[in-house]
Design a protein around this ligand. Structure first.
Ligand SMILES: [Zn+2]
Length: 113
């Protein structure tokens, strides 16, 4: 259960953030979810719902913004969307690719009450 531990760490961060701002409840949590994290949004929502039940965060909505997997060629500097796990540069065909987006799981915004 990959999503359950993720949901737990998200909850920890959200609670810390809320405490820092003197709030206890949140309405919406907005996340950037990289394509490469293999997170299943429905599954993460479900886990979050389960662990926040009977807590002040019960009923909070998770909004997930998918971030496409993006790479940059170390050879020619071209940035491109990596599709079907094809890690080859479309310009020069080099395989030396650095991923610059798509691996993140970030809380972008918390809408508190
Ligand atoms: Zn290249």
């Amino acid at each position: 259960m990959h999503e359950l531990s993720l949901a737990q760490s998200l909850l920890d961060i959200v609670e810390q953030e809320l405490a820092r701002h003197g709030a206890t409840r949140a309405k919406v949590i907005r996340l950037d979810v990289g394509e490469f994290t293999a997170v299943v949004p429905e599954s993460l929502s479900f886990c979050f719902e389960v662990i926040t039940k009977d807590t002040p965060l019960e009923g909070v909505r998770l909004e997930m913004n998918p971030v496409p997997l993006t790479g940059r060629c170390r050879g020619c500097g071209k940035e491109f969307r990596i599709q079907d796990y094809n890690f080859a540069c479309p310009r020069c065909a080099a395989m030396d690719i650095e991923t610059i987006a798509g691996k993140e799981l970030l809380i972008r915004e918390i809408e508190a009450e």
